[in-house]
Write a protein that binds this ligand. Sequence first.
Ligand SMILES: C=CC1=C(C)c2cc3[nH]c(cc4nc(cc5[nH]c(cc1n2)c(C)c5CCC(=O)O)C(CCC(=O)O)=C4C)c(C)c3C=C
Ligand SMILES: [Fe+2]
Length: 394
Amino acid sequence: AGGFAYGEKKGRADEKTDAAQHSRESYPCYGTHQQGITTPHQPFAIMAAFDVSAQTPSQLQNLLRTLTARIEFLTRGGELQDGDAKLPPAGSGLLGKTFRPDGLTITVSVGASLFDARFGLADKKPKHLIEMARFPNDKLAAEWCDGDFSIQICALSPETCQNALRDLVKNTAQYAIIRWSIDGFLPKTEPGAAARNLFGFRDGSGNPDVGNPQTANEVLWTGIAANSLDEPAWAKNGSYQAVRLIRHFVEFWDRTPLQEQETIFGREKYSGAPLGMKNEHDSPDYAADPQGKTIPHDSHMRLANPRSREFMQKHQLFRRPFDYSRGLAKSGQLDVGLVFICYQANLADGFIFVQNLLNGEPLEEYISPFGGGYFFTLPGVQAGEYFGQSLLQS
Ligand SMILES: C=CC1=C(C)c2cc3[nH]c(cc4nc(cc5[nH]c(cc1n2)c(C)c5CCC(=O)O)C(CCC(=O)O)=C4C)c(C)c3C=C
Ligand SMILES: [Fe+2]
C-alpha cells in the first residue's frame, strides 16, 4: 500500500518538472501562411523589430535560414543539448532543459528598409510597403519606429515568449541587431468574448471572422484578396502587418464619466454591445440611426467601420492587439497602452485608409501613438524551405 508502479511514479515526478507546467499546444510553423495571424489569440506576446547587419545577399539568406530553424525548434518544443561546459549553454534555460511548445507562434515580417540598395531587392518590394508616416496625433520616437524586419512572438506564458526572444537574439547576433521590443498581455475573458484593453473596453468584437478561410482570403492574404492581385508573385499568401505603439492616458480616462467613455467608442463598457443593442456581437444598424443619435458619427467604431457595402468589400482589417504596461513615464503617470497590430491584404486600403478616417476622433485626447511600423508578413513555407525563400529566389 502506498507504493507506486514505476510508470505511475515517473508520471508523478514528471508532473513536477518545469516543462509540465507549460502547454503541449503546438502550432507547427510550416504551411501556406505563417502562424500568429489566424491562430487563436494567445494571452502573452513580444513585438520586436530588428535591423539587419548582414552585408551580402548570401549572409541575408543565412540569417533567414537560421531564423527558420530556430522557429521550427522553439515552436515544436524539445530538449536543449549543451556541449562543452566551457562554452555557453544551448539556450537561456528559462524553461528548463526540456520544454513544451506552449502555444508559441513566431511571425516574421519585413520592413521597407530591407528593400534598399543593400541586397538587390529594390524591385521586389510589396507595392504598398513604406516606412510609417506620421499621422496628426502622433508623437513618434525614431528609436521606437520601423526596422528591417519584425518578429511577433505569442505564447501561453510570458516566459515562453522571453525564452524565444532570447534564443532568436542570440542565434541571429551575427547578422541582426534588435532595434525595439515591447511585451504585451491580454486580460482573461469569457470564451468567445474579446479581451479588454486598458480602457476596460472589449477590443476585437467587430473583427472579421478570419477563422473562416473564405473571409481570411478576402481580408488577409496578399495575392488572393481582390484588392491585392497586382503584387509581386513572391508575396502571394503573405499579409501586411501594421504595428502601432499607443500610450493610453488612463488616469485622465478613469476620471471621465462612463457615458462619455461609451460614446467615445460607441459601445457599452461591460457587455461590449454596440450602444442601443444587447450583445457584444450584435451588428449596429447605422441605416436606422442616420443622425448618429444612438451611435455618434464620430464614435471610434462608427468611424473605423461605417459598415457600407464598399467598406466591407475593400477596407476591412484584422486586429490582433495586446495591452502593455511599462511602469511609470518620466511625468510620473502610468506608462501603459496598446500594442496595436493588424493584418490586411492591402495596407493602403486597410490600416492607412482607416487611420485617416480616425484622425481627429474624440479618443485622441486619451491616446498618444509613439512608435510602430509597417511590415510585410512573409508567405508560409514548407519543411526544408526558409522564410523569405520566395523573395530571395524570385
Ligand atoms: C486604424 C485602425 C485602428 C486603430 C489604430 C485603432 C486603435 C484603437 N482601438 C481601440 C479600441 C477599440 N477599437 C474598436 C473597434 C475598431 N477599431 C478599429 C480600428 C482601429 N482601432 C476597427 C476597424 C474597429 C471595428 C469597428 C467595427 O467593425 O465596428 C473597439 C470596439 C470593439 C471592437 O469592435 O473591437 C474598441 C474598444 C483603442 C483603445 C485604440 C488605440 C488606442
Ligand atoms: Fe479600434
